[in-house]
Design a protein around this ligand. Structure first.
Ligand code: GLY
Length: 357
C-alpha cells in the first residue's frame, strides 16, 4: 500500500545515505540529511570504488546466501545510475567497465581462486580462466612470474570521490537539505525526528547493535607510464587505477579503531601488490589513509523497515559503493511505496531474530 510520506529524514551522509536521499527526492519526497561531518568524507572517501559483485560476494568473505544476487542486481543498475547522475550534474564519475584481473602466485592464491571459480560456476556468473601469458597480454604491467589468473567481466570500478561530489551536486539540485548535526538515536532526538514522516538510518556504525567495524588501511601513488590499466586483485589486496591516482589496498582489521596508518601494513600491501605489478615497487606515495567498513555477522547489509517510522540501510561492509543503487531502490520502494521484494526481504533485520551471532 502506498504510504503518505513526503518528508523524510536521512541520518548519515555517506554514499548509501546520499543515494537513498537522491532516489526518494527524485520520486518527489522532501528529504533532509543529517550528518555532523561533511557528506561523503568518511568510508565513501576512503573506499577504492570497486564495483565487484563476483570477487567480493562470491569469494570467501561472503556469508549471506543471497549476497551475490543482491550484488549482481546492483551491478546491473550501475550504468543507469551514473548516466542519471551525469545528466543531473554533468559530473563524469569515471565508471570503467574493463574487466577485473585476479592473479595468483602462491598455492594459497590458487586455492582461493579455485573457490571463487566454483562459486561463480554455481551461479552461472561469467569469468575467463587465463594463463600467465594471456594475463600479461591483457595488461602488460603484470609480472611474467604470476602463475595464472581470471578475468571478471562483471567487476568494474568507479571513482568513489567523484561519485561523492556528483551525489552532493545532485542532492542540491533536488533541494535536499543538509543539516550538520549529530543525531544520537530515536529517543534522544525525538522532537527533531517527529517533524518527519519517516527516518532512514544510514550511518555506517552501530545502528542496530548488529554491527562491527573492520578497519582498512590503503595508500595511493600518482599515475605513471606503464601502470596497470585494469583493477588487479590478489586475495584481499588490490590495485585500482584511476585517472588521478592508483589506489592500493587494503588491510582487514576487525575491531581496530585507530585512525592512523602504520608503516608496516602499508609496506606489506606494497610488497604483495608489487609481486604482481613490479613497477609499483618504487613509485612515490601520494597519500595513505584509514577507512572503517561497517560490517554485520554475515557480512551483508541490513535493509528495510524496523518500526512504523524507521528504516535502516547500513552494514554494507566491503560493498558500500557497489550496493548504493540497489539500496537506494529498496529503501525508496519501502519508504515511499510500502513495497518490497523477496530479495530485499532477505536483508531485513529479521534474519537476526535469534540475536547477533
Ligand atoms: N571493497 C574493498 C575493501 O573493502 O577493501
Amino acid at each position: 500500500m502506498k504510504r503518505m510520506v513526503h518528508n523524510i529524514a536521512v541520518v548519515g551522509a555517506g554514499v548509501i545515505g546520499m543515494s537513498c536521499a537522491l532516489e526518494m527526492a527524485r520520486r518527489g519526497a522532501r528529504v533532509t540529511i543529517f550528518d555532523p561531518e561533511p557528506a561523503g568524507f568518511g568510508t565513501s572517501w576512503a573506499a577504492a570504488g570497486m564495483i565487484a559483485p563476483a570477487f567480493e560476494a562470491a569469494g570467501g568473505a561472503a556469508r549471506h546466501p543471497r549476497l551475490l544476487d543482491l550484488c549482481l542486481e546492483s551491478g546491473r543498475l550501475w550504468p543507469q545510475f551514473v548516466a542519471d547522475l551525469k545528466s543531473d550534474t554533468r559530473i563524469d564519475t569515471g565508471l570503467v567497465s574493463r574487466p577485473t584481473l585476479v592473479a595468483t602466485i602462491t598455492d594459497d592464491d590458487r586455492a582461493a581462486m579455485d573457490g571463487l571459480m566454483a562459486a561463480l560456476l554455481k551461479k552461472s556468473v561469467p569469468f575467463d580462466l587465463l594463463t600467465a601469458a594471456e594475463m600479461v597480454a591483457i595488461d602488460p604491467s603484470l609480472s611474467p612470474d604470476i602463475a595464472s589468473g581470471i578475468a571478471l567481466p562483471t567487476d568494474m570500478q568507479v571513482d568513489n570521490r567523484r561519485l561523492v561530489l556528483a551525489l552532493r551536486a545532485a542532492l542540491v539540485k533536488y533541494e535536499v537539505e543538509f543539516i550538520a548535526r549529530r543525531i544520537r538515536d530515536h529517543s534522544a532526538d525525538r522532537a527533531m525526528l517527529a517533524r518527519f514522516d519517516a527516518t532512514v538510518w544510514s550511518r555506517g556504525h552501530v545502528e542496530t547493535g548488529l554491527q562491527a567495524t573492520v578497519r582498512g588501511q590503503a595508500f595511493s601513488v600518482a599515475p605513471y607510464a606503464g601502470a596497470p590499466r585494469h583493477v588487479v586483485r590478489r586475495g584481499a589486496h588490490y590495485i585500482v587505477p584511476k585517472r588521478d591516482r592508483l589506489v592500493i589496498g587494503a588491510t582487514s582489521e576487525p575491531g581496530e579503531l585507530s585512525t592512523t596508518t602504520d608503516a608496516r601494513s602499508i609496506a606489506r600491501l606494497r610488497q604483495e601488490i608489487s609481486e604482481l605489478v613490479p613497477s609499483l615497487a618504487n613509485q612515490p606515495e601520494l597519500e595513505q589513509w584509514v577507512g572503517f567498513r561497517p560490517s554485520t555477522s554475515d557480512h551483508a547489509p541490513i535493509l528495510g523497515q524496523t518500526s512504523d517510522h524507521d528504516f535502516v540501510a547500513t552494514g554494507h561492509y566491503r560493498n558500500g559503493i557497489l550496493l548504493a543503487p540497489v539500496t537506494a531502490k529498496v529503501i525508496a520502494d519501502a519508504v515511499l511505496d510500502g513495497t518490497s521484494s523477496d530479495l530485499a526481504d532477505a536483508f531485513s533485520t529479521k534474519r537476526f531474530a535469534a540475536g547477533p551471532a
